[in-house]
Design a protein around this ligand. Structure first.
Ligand SMILES: *[C@@H]1O[C@H](CO)[C@@H](O)[C@H](O)[C@H]1NC(C)=O
Ligand SMILES: *[C@@H]1O[C@H](CO)[C@@H](O)[C@H](O)[C@H]1NC(C)=O
Ligand SMILES: *[C@@H]1O[C@H](CO)[C@@H](O)[C@H](O)[C@H]1NC(C)=O
Ligand SMILES: *[C@@H]1O[C@H](CO)[C@@H](O)[C@H](O)[C@H]1NC(C)=O
Ligand SMILES: *[C@@H]1O[C@H](CO)[C@@H](O)[C@H](O)[C@H]1NC(C)=O
Ligand SMILES: *[C@@H]1O[C@H](CO)[C@@H](O)[C@H](O)[C@H]1NC(C)=O
Ligand SMILES: *[C@@H]1O[C@H](CO)[C@@H](O)[C@H](O)[C@H]1NC(C)=O
Length: 849
């Protein structure tokens, strides 16, 4: 039997003693006493599977967590006791333990999965065994016992215990703890709002706003009581809802129907730090993403007094279930993410919106979003995830599993224009969301930071004598944030600041809320200012505020920070899948920081953020609308509907640009920019059942054990008995092939399901295929006579020109009927291309704004 032991460290001699000292006080804490009082249990710790033992109601982990919540409500003054319990000395680590799938627990022996997992743990862990003997209700080493997402549990172990566990025949592997991150950068902290922002026409079908659909959001915290989460006029959640609200009773309502916090894994790493204030803390990120997906209508929302409008999420009629798995400054623990998905599934969510990830998450068998996501789609739960913010470097995309929707970010058509007019008449386009009416637009002396690197990071040059009454040019960077620089400049009496964006951000500007009048400009525009300043003895400038301008024709543009393909885990699948609005997105926040004196109450409640974190919930909300309109569609069908109907041209009808001014490629955009109106009615869909991924996973090289832990709780399978399915042949809405060997031709098979109005004839079109490729489709015409009819076809892709070697070539396959165009991107590349990407991938973490 293959055994994979991921941990490698040899245990230090003293480890066990220290561990016992570390955990012991915890057992005497009130928490422990309460848990004991709550449950009377007898527990079987005998090593599985040899013995038979009886068990009466043991405390399952739901109950444990309930006890935890109660504990914090009643006795927050005893926090210290618990914290002491967390002070272990570095010899224990949290592991996700995967169990062989044929080893299902025996219901006759164990009350539930949790008691079974506890017995497995006790069989290798002396201390866990003692604890169980002493008190069967107490199993602090068992952090989570998973029911839906994976056949396994997470536990706190020494490497010695881990070594013992690796000998057990039920053991598959142990994956050490890992922390994930929210996929955002706290870009600007600008106040404001415009109306239903991104889409001006046709997003909302007035008879479908996502009513009755439950969107589960995993994030860092939410703000109950915010007008975006007002339940007035909302019906109660559907009967299938089994979740709960850990807030006080007044916080949840028919909009925010559930709110829970998961930190059992994370708390071990906080090492004496404060536990989160239960039940949930308010966070900008989670409030923003939740309101983007399903925020209620908020009339009168505004941007610093201008741009009065109505704010709303993409599915304003949908219910929100919030799962807190990330904590400020601490990230998001893998095992907490898994536990939240495990529970969300049983709570009854219809969709999951996850703006969390890690571009080095590893394979699908160790990644909580891939593991949990598979179990979710098995149950028909759609999962929308953020692609990550590590662009524009290639091969940085996260959340790559083909059953997830991976969302990249692009700009919207809204700009808050703040131009810079130089003394020589030259005008430079800039942006700023804070445009005070009190600013007097007259020419003033223009100065720059010449002392150091131009970033204005040296406080000693930002003195009153230097900057008072002047306009100061500052590059992004140095050891201060732009906001800090703005604040210092404000205090030193500067009239205004011109902020220069980073070079890598290209034409995409993410302005912040500064304490003084500001304009943020592109990196390359700054050169013009430098030339002027070099040539002028007394350079001058003024800012010209032009307000919020909608309808920018050069939009969308791929966001520079949006993570790019190709996918490292499955290069035969195009990732990201799709792009949504993710730059300068205005949505709900607890309270924006940065600006003083907002003109009215609502200006306190909205802010601008950028990131793929902001793009994913847009798509989640739109998926809710599609699900509402087509309740029987599978997650794959909903995904296909969105991917085959995207926009690939901007408002000028030119190909969508990347932030560097070149055409954005498919590794930036995926299938293109979401077009919600068309996605409601795609004509055909590329469907997949959960089962279809099994041969695919086998072909990717996953062992039977790994594959089975991914597909859990589906019954175990053997790869040897599966058909062979190449990556290119997975019935995906995009086509990715490698073409670098004789005969420079490849066949790709696909099947489409008719979801239009019954009879339809579709003709294949390859008019958007470059001349270097030959794409033929057999048959080239598909006739459907009924809804849900499935037709198969083969696409033969060959290269007329063998010099494709190091490059990628892109085209489009279209199925065209009188009413629909069903478009699939085609990416042709070479092994060499992928190898080069892998070797040159940089790990630089960019932060936007
Ligand atoms: C309940 O929650 C609401 C909203 O967060 C808050 O305003 C209120 O003070 C809370 N009430 C109690 C008793 O904690
Ligand atoms: C920040 O950088 C400037 C020079 O660019 C330096 O003078 C200053 O000491 C630095 N401050 C800190 C806190 O490192
Ligand atoms: C402007 O002058 C500075 C030196 O004073 C020089 O470093 C810089 O390259 C010049 N920039 C341009 C755009 O001419
Ligand atoms: C609105 O959606 C409903 C179903 O959700 C559909 O029957 C109706 O045709 C849609 N209306 C428009 C204008 O798309
Ligand atoms: C897609 O496949 C799933 C699973 O086999 C099935 O339930 C569904 O009806 C199919 N069609 C659509 C349009 O989702
Ligand atoms: C593609 O399929 C056609 C028809 O089945 C076959 O003749 C051809 O050899 C195949 N090409 C490749 C590269 O497999
Ligand atoms: C990249 O790495 C792979 C193996 O890791 C190697 O085979 C390949 O030659 C490398 N490519 C380049 C361009 O260095």
């Amino acid at each position: 039997m293959p055994i994979e032991l991921v941990a490698q460290n040899k245990p230090p001699q003293i480890s066990l003693t220290v561990a016992i000292l570390g955990v012991q006080p915890f057992r005497q804490s009130l928490w422990y006493v309460m848990a004991k009082k709550h449950m009377h249990a007898s527990f079987c710790w005998t090593p599985w599977p040899s013995s038979i033992c009886s068990s009466s109601p043991a405390m399952d982990y739901r109950e444990q967590r309930l006890a935890v919540v109660v504990f914090f409500f009643l006795a927050s003054w005893l926090l210290a006791a618990v914290v002491v319990g967390h002070n272990d000395h570095g010899v224990h680590k949290n592991y996700l333990i995967i169990v062989r799938s044929p080893y299902e627990y025996d219901r006759r022996v164990y009350k539930d999965v949790s008691s079974w997992h506890a017995s497995l743990l006790a069989s290798v862990c002396d201390q866990a065994k003692e604890e169980l003997e002493a008190d069967p209700a107490n199993a602090p080493r068992l952090i989570y016992s998973y029911r839906n997402v994976v056949n396994g549990f997470s536990a706190r172990l020494t490497t010695e215990e881990l070594g013992k566990m690796a000998q057990a025949d039920w053991f598959v592997k142990a994956v050490p703890e890992k922390t994930y991150q929210l996929m955002t950068t706290h870009t600007p902290r600008m106040l404001g709002l415009t109306g239903p922002t991104i889409f001006h026409a046709g997003v909302w079908n007035r008879s479908n706003m996502g009513e009755g659909i439950i969107i589960g959001v995993l994030d860092g915290g939410i703000t109950p009581g915010h007008p975006s989460f007002d339940g007035t006029g909302m019906p109660p959640p559907p009967a299938k809802w089994k979740g709960r609200c850990d807030f006080n009773s007044s916080a949840c309502n028919n909009k925010l129907i559930g709110a829970r916090s998961f930190f059992e894994s994370a708390r071990w790493n906080w090492k004496g730090g404060d536990d989160p204030v239960l039940p949930i803390d308010e966070s900008e990120h989670g409030t923003h993403t939740s309101s983007t997906a399903a925020g209620a209508f908020v009339p009168g929302a505004n941007a610093m007094g201008s741009g009065m409008g109505t704010a709303a999420g993409m599915a304003p009629g949908a219910h929100l279930a919030f799962y807190q798995v990330c904590f400020v400054g601490k990230g998001c623990d893998r095992d907490d993410i898994l536990a939240a998905i495990d529970d969300a599934m049983e709570d009854g969510v219809d969709l999951l919106s996850i703006s969390i990830g890690d571009d080095n998450a590893g394979d699908f068998a160790a990644d909580p979003i891939a593991l949990g996501g598979y179990s979710a789609i098995m149950r028909g739960i759609f999962v929308s995830t953020a692609a990550g913010n590590n662009g524009p470097d290639v091969a940085t995309v996260a959340n790559e599993a083909p059953w997830l929707l991976t969302v990249g970010a692009a700009t919207t058509d809204r700009r808050a224009v703040a131009d810079v007019k130089l003394g020589n008449g030259l005008e430079i386009r800039g942006e700023s969301y804070y445009q005070p009416s009190t600013y007097v637009s007259k020419l003033r002396p223009l100065v720059r930071d010449t002392a150091a690197d131009g970033t204005c990071s040296d406080k000693s040059v930002l003195t009153s004598e230097q900057v008072s009454g002047k306009i100061v040019l500052c590059y992004t960077g140095g050891n201060m944030t732009n906001l800090q620089k703005g604040s210092i400049l404000h205090d030193a009496g500067a009239a205004a600041v011109i902020i220069v964006s980073q070079d890598w951000a290209g034409s995409v500007i993410s302005p912040k809320a500064h304490a003084l009048p500001a304009a943020q400009i592109e990196y390359k525009s700054a050169e013009k200012i430098q030339v002027y300043m070099n040539s002028s003895k007394n350079p001058t400038a003024r800012l010209v505020f032009r307000g919020t301008v909608l309808g920018n024709r050069v939009s969308p543009i791929a966001a520079p920070f949006s993570s790019r393909g190709p996918s490292k885990q499955n290069p035969g699948i195009l990732k990201p899948d799709i792009t949504g609005p993710g730059v300068n997105i205005i949505a709900a926040v607890p309270k924006p920081e940065g600006l003083a004196q907002p003109p009215n109450e609502l200006a306190y409640k909205f802010d601008i953020m950028s990131g793929t974190s902001m793009a994913a919930p847009h798509i989640s909300g739109i998926a809710a609308l599609i699900k509402k309109a087509h309740p029987t569609w599978s997650p794959a069908a909903i995904k296909s509907a969105m991917m085959t109907t995207t926009d690939i041209r901007d408002r000028r009808r030119m190909p969508i640009l990347d932030s560097d001014g070149h055409h954005a490629n498919m590794f930036a955009l995926g299938a293109g920019f979401i077009n919600p109106t068309r996605a409601m009615n795609p004509g055909l869909v590329y469907n997949l059942s959960a089962h279809d991924y099994i041969p695919y996973l086998c072909r990717l090289g996953y062992s039977d054990h790994e594959m089975n832990s991914i597909i859990h709780p589906a019954p175990p399978m053997l790869c040897a008995q599966q058909p062979v399915v190449e990556q290119k042949d997975l019935n995906y809405p995009s086509i990715t092939v490698v073409l670098d060997e004789e005969p420079y031709a490849v066949n790709v098979s696909r099947a489409v399901t008719n979801v239009g109005n019954g009879k339809a004839v579709y003709t294949a079109s390859t008019d958007e295929v470059p001349a270097t490729l030959s794409v033929t489709v057999t048959p080239s015409r598909l006739r459907f006579s009924a809804v849900n009819e499935v037709q198969t076809f083969t696409v033969t892709i060959s290269s007329k020109n063998v010099r494709l070697k190091k490059r990628i070539t892109e085209g489009q396959l279209k199925w065209v009927s009188g009413k629909h165009v069903v478009r699939s991107p085609i990416v042709v590349s070479s092994k060499k291309f992928f190898q080069n990407q892998k070797n040159t991938t940089s790990t630089d973490q960019h932060t936007a704004g």
